[in-house]
Design a protein around this ligand. Structure first.
Ligand code: AMP
Ligand code: GLY
Length: 429
């Protein structure tokens, strides 16, 4: 393969900027196309105004631009079957099929896979009506975690200390239908206590690559207070992620799940993300995701020593097991800069200044940013805010503490009208 490859990356967050940034550094020296992208991805290649949910529009774009590979960032198009449609059109694509994406898109499907594969996970009961679910919480022992079965942008999980709280959660799903069809089926789970961690591997059928781990911060405010967000910061690798834990997670969780999915006719190809709780009895699965995490990608992708493009091409071709996946021992910390008010209401359109040059030590991955429309054609076009999570300042260090100091130094140098970020990312490590 020469240096005339065209790679299309689908998505618009910091995760997709990190993926595009890594692929741009491939020895294949590809041309980078991003749909729809942001002001950061525009510096690596060409943005196209096609949304991540517009599957037919993306197929047209991939054909028009002769994409050699399309890399899908977010879960929504995966769950909607974008990979199946691309393959029907003879287009090469990285990500799981609709059937395999159910590992994230249906929590009851994921439980069935785990039960059949004997994978440790929170005990759960599945319900299709409010009456049966309420009957259960009134007789079982709290606390409970009430979950909508389908995709709900991270919001369909309600932690309930008491049966009364669980009843409110059940009614929000079945009666007021706050989560739409995602709440047609509801799981009531055991509340697991312990250290939460996200595990990532490239998976190609039953094959699971070298894995790595990261931790993220979901609440808006310091001290894990405030509302749940898409993620306010992350670090990788956690110091407790050692060879013993890795062996256990591989043997008890990742390999049995990959093997089971292949066995039942929906082999997984793509990034498999396991959300775990490290409990007193060992690691247990909270959930699976069928793609990279955000903001975990911003600290995990920079640690990938191997060529992401080559790995993605091989996964798409079913030959990943011939490749070596190597993660560096460096530590990375990412601090998310948000618009004040997020995840509630916030203003946009503020000019962003003080952005450092990207280096081996630090990168700023954009999310809600765009080039000022008036000046779009100008070389010196201003970058303005356009979303709740605006960017992630990611930095490398020998230790998490070193990486944390420099990530905060960068975060402090970036300015926009209503900038807000947590001050305690990776402070507890
Ligand atoms: P999920 O959408 O399944 O990732 O859930 C969102 C968050 O809720 C997780 O990252 C955990 O912090 C929490 N959570 C979900 N399920 C459980 C559980 N069974 N026990 C404890 N915490 C949970
Ligand atoms: N960091 C959580 C997620 O990507 O779902």
């Amino acid at each position: 393969m020469g240096s005339d490859m065209n790679i299309l990356i689908v998505g618009e967050g910091s995760r997709e900027h990190a993926i595009a940034w890594k692929i741009a550094s491939s020895p294949h020296a590809p041309r980078i196309l991003i749909a729809p992208g942001n002001a950061g991805t525009a510096q690596l290649g060409d943005n196209f105004d096609v949304s991540a949910g517009d599957i037919e529009g993306l197929i047209e774009l991939a054909k028009e631009e002769s994409a050699d590979l399309t890399f899908i960032g977010p879960e929504i198009p995966l769950a909607a079957g974008i990979v199946d449609r691309f393959r029907e059109e003879g287009l090469r694509v990285f990500g799981p099929t609709k059937a395999a994406a159910r590992i994230e898109a249906s929590k009851s499907f994921a439980k069935d896979v785990m039960t059949a594969a004997n994978v440790p996970t929170a005990a759960a009961e599945v319900f299709h009506s409010a009456g049966a679910a309420i009957g259960y919480v009134e007789s079982a022992t709290p606390p409970f975690v009430v979950k909508a079965d389908g995709l709900a942008a991270g919001k369909g999980v309600i932690m309930s200390e008491t049966p009364e709280e669980a009843v409110v959660a059940i009614n929000s799903m079945f009666v007021s239908r706050d989560f739409g069809n995602a709440g047609d089926t509801v799981l009531i789970e055991q509340w697991l206590r312990g250290q939460e961690v996200s595990i990532f591997a490239f998976v190609d059928g039953p094959y699971v690559s070298e894995m790595t781990a990261a931790c993220d911060y979901k609440r808006a405010k310091d001290g894990d207070l405030g509302l749940n967000t898409g993620g306010m910061g992350s670090y990788s690798p956690p110091p407790f992620w050692d060879d013993e834990l890795e062996r256990k997670v591989r043997a008890e969780i990742m390999e049995p799940v990959a093997a089971r999915m292949a066995e039942i006719g929906c082999p997984f190809q793509g990034f498999l993300y396991a959300g775990l709780m490290i409990t007193k009895e060992g690691p247990k699965v909270i959930e699976f995701n069928c793609r990279m995490g955000d903001p975990e990608a911003q600290v995990v992708i920079p640690r990938l020593k191997s060529d992401l493009l080559e790995l993605a091409l091989c996964t798409a071709e079913g030959t990943l097991s011939e490749q070596k996946v190597e993660w560096s021992d460096d530590s990375w910390v990412g601090v998310v800069l948000a618009s004040d008010g997020y995840p509630g209401g916030y203003e946009t359109g503020f000019e962003i200044s003080g952005l450092p040059e990207d280096s081996e030590e630090c990168v700023v991955f954009h999310a809600g940013t765009k080039l000022d429309e008036i000046l779009e054609t100008d070389q010196n076009a201003k970058i303005v805010t356009s979303g709740g999570r605006v960017m992630t300042a990611a930095s490398r260090g020998k230790t998490i503490s070193d990486a944390r100091s420099s990530a905060y130094e960068i975060a402090g140098s970036i300015e926009f009208g209503n900038v807000y970020y947590r001050g305690d990312i990776a402070a507890d490590v």
